[in-house]
Design a protein around this ligand. Sequence first.
Ligand SMILES: *Cc1c(COP(=O)(O)O)cnc(C)c1O
Length: 379
Amino acid sequence: MKLSAAPLEGSSSFDAATLANPATAALRAYDPGHDLPALRKRYGSEIAELGSNENPLGPSPLAIEAMRGALAETFRYPDPRGALLKAALARHLGVEAERLALGNGSHELLILIAQCFADPSHSIAYSQFGFAVFPIATAVVGAKAIRVPALPRDHASAPFGHDLDAIASAVREDTRIVYLANPNNPTGTWFDDAALDRFVARVPRDVLIVVDEAYCEYVDAAGLTTALRLAAKHPNVIVTRTFSKAYALAGLRVGYLIAHPSVVAVIERLRESFNVNNIALAAAEAALDDARHLDRARAFNRAEREWLSGELKSRGYRVLPSQTNFVLVDLGRDAAPLERHLFERGVIVRPMGGYGLAETLRISIGSRAENQRLLDALP
Ligand SMILES: *Cc1c(COP(=O)(O)O)cnc(C)c1O
């Protein structure tokens, strides 16, 4: 039976958007920026992909070997409990495996937390320029969004960053979740351990505090370690992490969270049973074992970010402080013309209009060749 050949009957009067539930109706589909597969075809290796905060060093050779080894097993379903990866993570982090949940990227986990714990009677708080998934998770469950104004553009240490005092003050009776990203994407900014301690002390225990640490492996700022140290004492603190950034496994989609065992148990009720595939499980486990590769990625990123920031500053650009593998450049004027100029020269950076930061561009730290191509392409 051929369904596609005949014109869809009545299709002109049918618009599923009118049938979408209110939460979905308020959303827009993910905007990938540019059609990267088409661009790769057009530019080949001449393209500088600095738009998605990927690690230009690529995954650990041990992870690649583990992926090869897992290929023949793909006719089987993956381990629904991800027991081997959880055991490796538990050893690596020094936490009990019952405190861990695995996700198809940490994106999935950020959404699952909202789905498991919030509904339209609740509010969810996050910073104005917090990670893009926070408002989506809020909308998915029809919760009320509390978008807390960010720190000012001229703030000394964290321009456009999270204002933790303001977020704590914005928490209401009906607030069920607070999403924080530390360091944050797209700003690159961070807050230190002392600031988070004060925040956690101020927020009631029935408010889940989600600390998204997607970039934690890159961090070396004084006074900043990880929210993990709080998770043992404060059962309402949830830490999310990912293998997409420093571990360079973005294409596999593996993330994890560390939380109180009862939080994990609730999430396990809704989690898709086979959400992390067996190639991803094997690769992530092997990647954890390659401390040297991670160290290389860290050292490369730190040196290259410093170099690129310096080069940009010497050309008159305002580069915001960053503890991540990208920098936010504040042009002080509409950034769209520069983004287009770079794009036409095969240099892909991320415009931030969707975040309400239309005067900024987010530039990932690429290989030296890519970063040089960016500099050469500047007007
Ligand atoms: C990249 C990123 C994520 C992780 O995404 P994955 O779904 O794990 O690939 C989470 N939070 C922030 C702030 C990010 O930038």
